[in-house]
Write a protein that binds this ligand. Structure first.
Ligand code: SIN
Length: 286
């Protein structure tokens, strides 16, 4: 896995850890051939999160790239870039304390057809800090014992947007200038705890600390005990990769096979990124 893999001429895909992540070099996202797009989609399935550096993308270029991967989901909670409702702003000003996405989560698990992934482009990056951590839910699942996997395979979990984006949600307090539309936080959905990746078929743990609220048919204490164990297991360092942002870098992650966590360790500096989310599909048990 540590060997660079070559797809189309000039494009090189180099894994960043054995659990997940790969850096893709030798490619300009504004001028991809169909073969390049196929190679990117294959690599995305294999590695869960891909990183590209030194891309010079206008908002229109980022939208055009995202549309080659799938249909765009217009975010109902984040502030959008002026004139570009497809692009959500991920912003923390130098004088703000709370960032967006500062805890382990995967986007949109509260939807019945959760978004397949997100494409995040770095516009202003602090001189220190502001990295994003990613965790691989395939590696986390694989590391469990057969007996435990068997128990998880029969379970379903509830996911919700209400406690994060709804009125009075604790997480919104410090970001109400950037996250709005609380009346739209009406989504609850149920997904299998272990899903099969829609493209690769790989078994993946599909619960997350941001949006999962309980296990179907279990009481609150039982749910918390199982979820706490799964969260501490899945966030172990060996299932992670870490991305140091640079201006013009782009990360695209698969929301089914990864979690992410935006570190909030750059107080006094501005951090500004553009995020596009790509529509997904209903999830099936592994
Ligand atoms: C997010 O959670 O979508 C934001 C990730 C980041 O800012 O690194």
């Amino acid at each position: 896995m540590n060997r660079a893999e070559f797809y189309t001429p000039g494009m090189e895909i180099t894994p960043t850890s054995s659990a997940l992540g790969a850096e893709v070099s030798g490619i300009d996202l504004r001028s991809l051939t169909d073969a390049d797009v196929d190679a990117i989609i294959d690599a995305w399935g294999d590695h869960g999160v891909l990183f590209f550096r030194d891309q010079d993308l206008s908002p229109e270029d980022q939208i055009a790239f995202a549309e080659r991967i799938g249909s765009i989901n217009v975010n109902r909670f984040f502030s959008a870039v002026d004139g570009h409702p497809q692009i959500a702003e991920v912003l923390k000003e130098a004088d703000q304390a709370q960032n967006i996405g500062g805890g382990w989560h995967t986007d949109h698990s509260y939807d019945t057809e959760p978004a397949q992934g997100s494409v995040l482009y770095g516009r202003e990056i602090p001189p220190v800090g502001g990295d994003t951590l990613f965790a691989g839910m395939g590696a986390a699942y694989d590391a469990l014992s057969d007996g435990f996997k068997e128990m998880l395979n029969g379970l379903h979990a509830v996911h919700s947007s209400r406690h994060v984006f709804g009125d009075g949600a604790r997480g919104r307090e410090g970001v109400t200038d950037r996250i709005g539309n609380p009346d739209a936080a009406t989504q609850d959905s149920i997904h299998p705890v272990v899903i099969a990746h829609p493209h690769t078929g790989r078994s993946l743990l599909y619960v997350n600390p941001g949006f999962t609220t309980g296990i179907v048919g279990w009481n609150a204490r039982e749910s918390a005990a199982l979820l706490d164990f799964l969260y501490s297991h899945a966030s172990r360092p060996e299932f992670q990769t870490r991305f140091r942002w640079t201006e013009g870098a782009l990360a695209m992650w698969d929301n089914r096979s990864t979690w992410h966590f935006a570190l909030n360790d750059y107080h006094g500096h501005r951090r500004y990124l553009h995020r596009i989310t790509i529509e997904g599909c209903a999830l099936q048990a592994a």
